[in-house]
Design a binder for this molecule. Structure first.
Ligand SMILES: NC(=O)c1ccc[n+]([C@@H]2O[C@H](COP(=O)([O-])OP(=O)(O)OC[C@H]3O[C@@H](n4cnc5c(N)ncnc54)[C@H](OP(=O)(O)O)[C@@H]3O)[C@@H](O)[C@H]2O)c1
Length: 371
């Protein structure tokens, strides 16, 4: 058996190649999985853009100097097992390399999940090393796998951002400005914020995505990036930054004298990212990186793990109902099978091109009977 991997030049993200290698035999305690589908969104491009700074390249080392494997979220099935607690055929959701297969060393097993105990992952954030066992997962249904792959890690972040803002009384502000308002993580955030009383949610986006953002019905106003001056300069606001665009961030900090908090979430504008240390020279509050695990820890301590899970699952089901609503679904999955299709989809996501209503679901595994 062999595994096909999609590799990216770490210093030139548009340079990619496919690599197929013969599988090494498993060691005792390991399992081999076939990665059947994974989502690719700007979130994954951001993993690559911050691959060195935030260790994302270290999850799935390629062994080749200068080349990396971008982590993705999706589904896999166990095809070979030398672990007594994990059966062949078991379905898993988690963090995978962009490849047709992977090898895990399951540890700390419970009916709901296990951890990959591979030595090279031990020092990396635990949240990425956990594999959810679909048969015991309250979020799982087989007919929503595409949406889970596309939205689950993003929506959990959105839900936590909303909770963090409310938990801090919106830092005393009445307006939230969200950049890359057309991104899935921003619209999940706006979906949650829109239900709160007494705050205005303003989406900032590029001209081609204004109509889409307006159609979502969760932004009180949608503005293009060059229309900041249509908002009063004394607006008391919080900036929730999904774009990571240095110039835009500077413009927002410079214009709004009542900017109460600047929350850095991501970097969709991968060609215009703020340079390292640029925050020090900004007027107003220093941009603060949103750290989702900290809010999870706080709420788990306050609410208890069970109640935290109950609220999160309820919010997910609400969101999913809206996304798949019969009226006008926000998102439709577009499938891409095989190496060339994956390369083409990757180029599209990297360039930020395409319809924001499309979510790309990819697969490098060769289906039986395929050429
Ligand atoms: N901190 C965390 O824990 C966490 C968790 C989840 C996501 N995030 C971050 O949230 C951000 C959104 O992720 P997503 O997966 O939800 O995004 P997505 O749905 O793939 O976002 C697509 C949108 O991003 C903008 N965009 C994408 N590529 C671009 C490019 N090359 N040039 C200019 N604009 C581009 C465009 O929006 P506009 O036209 O509206 O700008 C585009 O419509 C990512 O940066 C991600 O890292 C962070």
């Amino acid at each position: 058996m062999s595994t096909t991997s999609f590799l990216v030049r770490k210093d030139a993200l548009s340079t990619t190649r496919l690599d197929t290698a013969t599988d090494a035999p498993l060691a005792d305690g390991q399992v081999r999985v076939r990665i059947e589908s994974f989502a690719l969104t700007s979130n994954n491009i951001t993993y690559a853009a911050f691959g060195d700074a935030m260790s994302y390249w270290q999850f799935f080392p390629t062994g080749e100097e200068g080349w990396g494997s971008i982590p993705v979220w999706g589904f896999a099935s166990v095809v070979q097992s030398l672990h007594p607690g994990v059966a062949v055929g078991e379905r898993l959701y988690g963090y995978w390399p962009m490849a047709s297969g992977a090898v895990l060393s399951p540890d700390r097993l419970s009916p709901a999940r296990f951890t990959d105990a591979a030595a090279h992952r031990a020092a990396l954030p635990a949240v990425y090393n956990q594999y959810v066992r679909c048969s015991a997962d309250p979020l799982y249904t087989s007919d929503t796998e595409d949406l889970q792959a596309l939205l689950r890690p993003l929506f959990i972040t959105s839900w936590l951002i909303d909770d963090f803002m409310a938990d801090n009384d919106f830092f005393g502000a009445g307006t939230l400005l969200l950049s890359s308002a057309s991104s899935k993580t921003a619209y999940g955030t706006a979906f949650q914020l829109h239900r709160r009383q007494g705050i205005q949610v303003i989406g900032l986006t590029s001209p081609g995505n204004v109509a889409f953002c307006e159609s979502l019905g969760c932004y009180d106003r949608v503005l293009t990036y060059d229309a900041l001056d249509t908002l009063a300069a004394d607006t008391s606001c919080v900036y929730v930054d999904f774009a990571g665009n240095g110039e835009l961030r500077h413009a927002i900090h410079a214009r709004f004298a009542n900017l109460k908090y600047s929350c850095s979430i991501g970097g969709t504008h991968v060609e215009q990212l703020a340079s390292k240390g640029a925050g020090k020279a900004l007027p107003g509050p220093r941009p603060t990186l949103f750290f989702a695990p900290a809010q999870i820890k706080k709420r788990t301590a306050e609410w208890g793990g069970e109640e935290f899970g109950r609220r999160m699952v309820a919010a997910w089901h609400d969101f999913l109902a809206a996304v798949t609503g019969p009226k006008d679904p926000w998102l439709r999955a577009e499938h891409h099978h095989g190496g060339q299709a994956v390369q083409a989809a990757y180029a599209q996501v990297l360039a930020g091109k395409g319809d924001p209503r499309s979510g790309h679901v990819l697969s490098l595994y060769k289906q039986p009977g395929a050429l």
